[in-house]
Design a protein around this ligand. Structure first.
Ligand SMILES: [Zn+2]
Length: 114
């Protein structure tokens, strides 16, 4: 029991002092193709070359460069935006269109560090 109390206290402290935020998000995939990224191609909004582990976010919800943990999918870095990426929606980068499309639409619990 005390173990749980300890974990909960640590999470609460992290939320208060380390700017940890969380919520349920819609997760989709995108790739550097014309259809997904238009003229931007592989370049992200922050100017880096997108690679595995990069995601697009609504910066009103998750600021750029935040570390984003998506349950069951792992850790991502918020370096991109998208016209269709609004509110609690994260678009995950894939190297090819087929993988991005096959990913579909998922709902996942997300924690991010600002
Ligand atoms: Zn694509």
């Amino acid at each position: 029991m005390t173990g749980y109390v300890k974990i909960i206290s640590l999470i609460l402290l992290a939320i208060l002092f380390l700017s940890v935020r969380f919520g349920m998000f819609k997760i989709t995939g995108y790739c550097p193709c014309q259809k997904c990224s238009g003229k931007w191609g592989r370049f992200t909004h922050t100017g880096i070359l997108a690679k595995k582990g990069v995601c697009a976010v609504d910066t009103k919800v998750i600021p750029f460069h935040s570390v984003v943990f998506v349950s069951g999918l792992g850790m991502f870095e918020a370096e991109d935006t998208g016209a269709k990426v609004k509110d609690k929606h994260i678009d995950i980068f894939f190297n090819n269109h087929e993988d991005a499309v096959n990913f579909g639409i998922k709902r996942r619990f997300v924690i991010w560090l600002i």
